[in-house]
Design a protein around this ligand. Structure first.
Ligand code: NAD
Length: 498
């Protein structure tokens, strides 16, 4: 039954500042969400320590930003290699701390490495350009350079990959950074300290400091040397951070919440749509910004889709992520279960119907203290129920029906969010037209996970500002300088003069 054993901690669970472990001020318990057991007491930073970390990053900025892009990129690519070499141990730690099944944790570790690889390569492709001047004796040199010290704040659902996306881009651009991971999942972040050092990253270039969110936002915003604030988190947190950032006119890069529509077109391959929908909803137990929150299906094929989805949900294995063959793990904590349950209960009171619930984990005594939520399929859901209009972070599939495709598009767009969407159909021209009408940052057509390091990923509307991945991810950490220069004079020794 047990696939993997829990790893022993091989690093101190304390802030990582200037290339070494430092004592924090108070300790936070980190528990395994699948069993409720204490894994470690992780020390966190107070205001003084946060400022110390920022000062260390300020000191490291000049040598790092002046180092050649080839050297910076080489270190980042080595980080990718070291992550992959240690992937089994990192994935087990990730499962232990976050709860996701081992196979998904391994996928996250590899995904994180891919960002170090990608931005390690992109580091050497930061180009300037020369533009013409109205005065024929002059020209404009347009240069790109690191924006300054960056403050990076990440959530608990992809505690390694969300950090990797930001760190790799910031460091490739020549910025130094202070990374504040989520307080629920500080361990996988702190595991990166010794690994970065082994890759040759100079001390101070990346500081890793678990700390309270609101305090960090204020300290980052108030420090004059922090020039970029990059957050992945909820829309409410993004809004709070923007207010803080406004005081110091800091650049913000925000990857926020979503409420993705999953549109099944009338000619869709229902088996494929059902299979992908279930994989998407069980992925990290639905605690994903791009998970499908509203499934729009033509009323004529609703029953067929519902049956196919219910069969797959009931066949899924829900349990401890370190066990073999697990499809879905627990939610991050008990309050998260209560939150999801509140939305489901309210939908039922308003007329939604429970098609099925997978409570297979209830039979296992070792999971009784854990925060599991049963994968649930709901039909007869209406647009204004909170299970459809709020971002529900859990394995709940709300099915809504529509009559005509333009109606599905209109309702899919009727949300403040604009992160991801999914379109399933056989007529690819129609799929393409529907995808182009959706107000989101990314659309998967007959694909449930269209994310990779090579493409820019970011939301529109209340889902964020800016992008991660692709060449765009690097630009979040670059600033532009224009120099108006006299053109060099050819002089008498000019070899091309007649
Ligand atoms: P959260 O907003 O509660 O916390 C995210 C991070 O922000 C944590 O490190 C937290 O400590 C910190 N924080 C909290 N308040 C802060 C403040 N006032 N100032 C500065 N930092 C603050 O989110 P969460 O519950 O950890 O994560 C889930 C949310 O993240 C969901 O809304 C999800 O959609 C979103 N998310 C978005 C993406 C994306 O790429 N768009 C990816 C993953 C998660």
């Amino acid at each position: 039954m047990i696939l993997k054993s829990a790893p022993e901690l091989w690093f101190d669970p304390v802030p990582w500042i200037d290339g070494k472990s430092c004592s924090g001020t108070n300790a936070i318990p980190v528990c395994n969400p699948a069993t409720g057991e204490l894994i470690a007491l992780a020390e966190r930073a107070d205001e003084k320590l946060l400022n110390l970390a920022i000062e260390g990053a300020v000191k490291a900025f000049a040598p790092w930003s002046n180092a050649s892009a080839v050297l910076r990129g080489g270190i980042l690519k080595l980080v990718a290699t070291l992550i992959l070499e240690d992937r089994d141990r990192l994935a087990r730690l990730l499962t232990l701390e976050q709860g996701k099944p081992y196979a998904q944790a391994l996928g996250e570790v590899q995904y994180a490495a891919s960002f170090f690889q990608w931005f390690g390569e992109e580091a050497r492709r930061v180009y300037g350009r020369i533009a013409p001047h109205a005065d024929s004796g002059r020209e404009y040199w347009i240069e790109k350079g690191p924006a300054g010290v960056a403050g990076l704040i990440t959530p608990w659902n992809f505690p390694l990959a969300q950090g990797a996306k930001k760190i790799a881009a910031a460091l490739a651009a020549g910025c130094t950074a202070v990374w504040k991971p989520a307080e629920r999942t500080p361990l996988i972040a702190l595991a990166m300290g010794p690994l970065l050092r082994e890759a040759g990253l100079p001390d101070g270039v990346l500081q890793i400091v678990p700390a309270p969110g609101r305090l960090t936002g204020r300290v980052f915003a108030d420090h004059r040397s922090i020039r970029v604030l990059s957050l992945t988190g909820s829309t409410a947190t993004g809004s709070d951070l923007m207010v803080e950032a406004a005081r110091g006119i800091k650049r913000v890069s925000l990857e926020l919440g979503g409420n993705a529509p999953f549109i099944v077109l009338p000619d869709a391959d229902i088996e494929l749509a059902a299979e992908h929908l279930v994989r998407l909803k069980l992925f990290v137990s639905g605690q994903v910004c791009v998970t499908a929150n509203r499934v729009f299906v033509p009323s004529s094929i609703e029953s067929t889709l519902v049956d196919a989805v219910a069969e797959k949900i009931l066949a899924a294995r829900v349990g401890n992520g370190l066990w073999e063959g697990i499809d879905a793990g627990p939610l991050i904590h008990a309050q998260a279960c209560q939150g999801v349950d509140g939305c489901v209960d309210s939908a039922i009171r308003q007329g939604a119907q429970v098609v099925c619930r997978n409570q297979s984990y209830l039979s296992d005594a070792s999971l009784q203290q854990a925060s599991f939520y049963p994968p649930t399929v709901l039909r007869r859901v209406q647009d204004d129920m909170s299970v459809a209009c709020d971002e529900v972070f859990g394995p709940v599939i709300p099915i809504l029906t529509y009559e005509k495709v333009p109606e599905a598009i209109r309702r899919a767009n009727a949300t403040p969010y604009g992160l991801a969407a999914y379109v399933y159909g056989r007529d690819l021209s129609l799929c393409r037209a529907v995808a182009s009408s959706l107000q989101v940052g990314i659309v998967g057509v007959n694909e449930w996970r269209p994310l990779t390091a090579e493409i820019p990923f970011g939301g529109v509307k209340a889902s964020g500002i800016g992008a991660e991945g692709g060449e765009e991810g690097l630009h979040e950490f670059l600033s532009t300088r224009v120099i108006s220069m006299p053109k060099p004079s050819p002089g008498s020794s000019d070899p091309i003069s007649p």
